[in-house]
Design a protein around this ligand. Sequence first.
Ligand SMILES: Nc1ncnc2c1ncn2[C@@H]1O[C@H](COP(=O)(O)OP(=O)(O)OP(=O)(O)O)[C@@H](O)[C@H]1O
Length: 512
Amino acid sequence: MGYLSCNAESAIATCDPHNWDLKRKPKSARHKLNKPVEIRDFSYDELVAATNGFSAESFLGKGSHGSVYKALLDNGKFIAAVKKTKISNSTATFHNHRRNCTNCTSCTSPAENEIEILSRVRNPRFVNLIGFCAADHSNNTKLIVVEYMPNGSLYDLLHSSSSSRSPGWTRRVRFGLQVAKAVQALHSSNPPVIHRDIKSSNILIDQDWCARLGDFGLALRGHVEDVRVKCTPPAGTLGYLDPGYLAPGDLSAKSDVFSFGILLLEIISGRNAIDMNYSPPSVVDWAVPMIKRGDYAGICDRRIGAPADPAVIRQLAVLAARCVRSTAEKRPAMAEVVECLKIVWKRVHAPPFWNNLRRRVSCVDESKPLISNQEVYDGSEDVVKVTRVGSRRNRKVSSVSSAEYGSVDIGLGYGNDRMGRSKSIGSSDEIKVSGRKAGVTVKMAAVKLSKSRSMGVLHSQRFVHYNKRGGFVFEFGREVDSELAECDMSKLVIRLDEKSEKEMLVKPLVSI
Ligand SMILES: Nc1ncnc2c1ncn2[C@@H]1O[C@H](COP(=O)(O)OP(=O)(O)OP(=O)(O)O)[C@@H](O)[C@H]1O
């Protein structure tokens, strides 16, 4: 195996620094990976200058293997991150180990291993390698230059004390899907790569707010039957580590699936993989019993509450529980995880013109409820009134039977939130829905849709409403599809588009 003898210092690859000078490239060109370029070989002095002597101002963060600094390269034209790691493998233990074994990943330091792996795999979903500086033997340091991720780590986002930084469901699902795709790309490369250290602090957020998988220091490249994989001792991070991975021979891609499941639980709940403030401290022991009971709202991050569509949290939670199953064979493969998350993404993702809609409805301020708490708890009847205007044809409301709306779940995570429809939607211009839950009432104001404007244009003074966990808004324009099989109050159907005669949905959406 060629890579076994590959020394990091000589690991020159032909890869594309697709992220170089991103600012000047159009977005479409950013991820083109077909232009091979050389991994750069930096001098120590060059990186000292680029990081201003590894100054405190350039400091980005510290990990278990060293510190990370922001570097201004090429006369400040290009920003990168420099990982400065100590090569501690000069110890007697290491030399003893190396004498007996020349095959396992422990024979190389994480820094050398990262260079070796990243010089062979490259993907827009990874924090890719730009170059490195050979060991500075005077102080046993190794410098790796990787793409700079300006928006910190997923860990920082999920556990930030500021709730304004806390991502909403759309972004969380998107991050989950992006990470899943990154892991799948590793597993499907030839030979496959097992990351072995998937965790939120190794997920970095790029300038486009996309999640990237980083830190390949523990990654193993090769087939599970390869000698190198077989003789590399287990490694990873406590809390994310597959409990079945106790010996080298236990390793498989399913260990990454387990860690990904922990990450997914962290994304859902906003709690740490191991957190002594919870009982039980392990996120698996805490969440899985709730998932088994169907208490999906119980595992949601309280800062954002449950998603508007209950199917979103149900599918996410069940997927996470499957990933963390103790029997590795029963866990889904990463390809299946990606497919599941794509389905969840479709549910949670607002159509593109939703943003335009938001901008055009000036009265919406999602940061605060439009109805005061007083109104929320005043016990008055709650009304949703959807008015359609337009041609006769357009006025036709979907043929969804009234029975489907007879008793509907508002889909906000409260199991008993039942809303009864006071008027049939099959034959009227107005849809009126009313309902109340003990202690929490939901109130929705009139909403007007007009086909004369672009699809989904809203003429409404107030259409954001409030429940205990914050505002939610209507989402317009989602086409009617199989989701209707699970029709609930959140999926009022309106025919909007005269030309295509596509039925469009209107549904509450948790504000993000
Ligand atoms: N490419 C990067 N761009 C911007 N910031 C980075 C980059 N890589 C790392 N960082 C910052 O530096 C911190 C330390 O990263 P590092 O990968 O060394 O350790 P870690 O993943 O936090 O922990 P561990 O070493 O235990 O895995 C990260 O939390 C992140 O804030």
